[in-house]
Design a protein around this ligand. Structure first.
Ligand SMILES: Nc1ncnc2c1ncn2[C@@H]1O[C@H](COP(=O)(O)OP(=O)(O)OP(=O)(O)O)[C@@H](O)[C@H]1O
Ligand SMILES: [Mg+2]
Length: 346
């Protein structure tokens, strides 16, 4: 059987799987729907379609919370099904794991060893056959995927604003000098929007509607002109379904506290940056990645608040997955992936 090498980025919002010489082969919501307690019913985007709509006997689970594995068994079941097939059929991505297969898993830096180990064990203790499982620090994969030359002595600052987390990392000579994982990101924005709509309009909306408002109205900088978007929900007073028109100004106010905490943390890392690396950052600026960097003017906000130039990515939610591909394909990056001691499961 030919060698198959896979890279996995288990994000809070979505799972991305890349394959050596094939690119990013899977990008699905990181969710699994279970029926009758523990029988898998749907995976990924299909499970997400059931989220907030399912009856009590269907449980839609998010295995990764705040960037770490919160439901080990759900995460493992999901990955096994993606590789082995589901409901008697192979998945369309045609992922296969055999005794020749290798896995490289991206893990956040600023988490505990036990939390890191869970990312390794999810594959190591699974029913998938593997030859080798290795770990890569997520910010390193992110920077490589963003096209930065991480191996030289130039300092780079990468800010990945994802779903549950923002990871701010200072990289030099292929290693991480500083990294901070904040529990703030797209999900926090959605929750704040949900609360603001409830307070202002007496309307209870779901997380999907809150996300839609964010995607249509959010901006990193307060806009003078008013724009609006309609949303449906349940009126708190009448209890009936109702529609309201939400403004960009309400969304901006709702998100401002979370945005401030991201700025504060970037400043905190900058303050702790050794002077020689600070000079590099002054030159190179900040590289912004993660799905939440789609938010309009977020780059402008960070630029204004830090005085640094900003580099934005195309497909910012896929930089880690693309970086994993480059690590699998370029021998010069091979040392970025390291072994985790074999699990006690084996
Ligand atoms: N056009 C958009 N405007 C605003 N936010 C967006 C847009 N597109 C995606 N997002 C947000 O990006 C987030 C998902 O990004 P990403 O895939 O990088 O997260 P993740 O890797 O799953 O999470 P994490 O890295 O925090 O574990 C979601 O919160 C989503 O709402
Ligand atoms: Mg991510």
């Amino acid at each position: 059987m030919s060698e198959k090498v896979y890279g996995i980025d288990m994000g809070t919002n979505s799972i991305k799987i890349s394959q050596k010489n094939a690119g990013v082969v899977l990008h699905q919501k990181n969710m699994i729907a279970m029926i009758r307690r523990n029988e898998p019913l749907a995976l990924g985007d299909e499970a997400y379609a059931m989220y907030e709509k399912a009856p009590k006997n269907i449980d839609v689970k998010k295995p990764v919370v705040n960037g770490v594995i919160a439901d080990f068994s759900a995460m493992q079941t999901m990955i096994q099904l993606y590789f082995k097939g589901f409901k008697g059929k192979k998945m369309p991505e045609n992922l296969t794991a055999g005794s020749n297969s290798e896995f490289i898993i991206a893990v956040p830096t600023d988490i505990t060893e036990v939390e890191k180990r869970a990312f390794f064990d999810v594959i190591a203790s699974s029913s998938l056959k593997t030859k080798k499982i290795r770990i890569v620090e997520k910010p390193i994969a992110d920077a490589i995927g963003a096209g930065l030359d991480v191996m030289n002595a130039t300092g780079r600052l990468v800010v990945n604003i994802g779903a549950d987390t923002t990871e701010i990392s200072l990289i030099s000579l292929g290693g991480i000098v500083q990294s901070r994982l904040l529990k703030v990101g797209g999900t926090k924005f959605d929750e704040s929007i949900q609360q603001a709509v409830k307070k202002k309009h007496n309307l209870v909306i779901g997380m999907k509607s809150a996300e839609r408002l964010k995607m249509n109205l959010a901006s990193g900088i307060k806009e003078e002109a008013e724009t609006t978007f309609d949303v449906m929900g349940r009126n708190l007073i009448t209890g009936l379904p109702s529609r309201v028109t939400v403004t960009n100004h309400l969304i901006f106010d709702a998100m401002s506290e979370s945005l401030s905490s991201i700025i504060d943390s970037i400043r905190f890392i900058l303050e702790k940056t050794p002077p020689e690396l600070s000079m590099d950052i002054m030159h190179e600026g900040i590289c912004m990645t993660g799905g939440s960097t789609y938010i309009k003017n977020l780059d402008l906000l960070i630029q204004q608040e830090t005085g640094l130039s900003i580099m934005k990515m195309e497909d910012p939610e896929l930089t880690v997955a693309k970086g994993l591909c480059m690590i699998m394909e370029n021998p010069e990056y091979d040392r970025m992936a390291y072994n985790f001691q074999e699990s006690s499961f084996h």
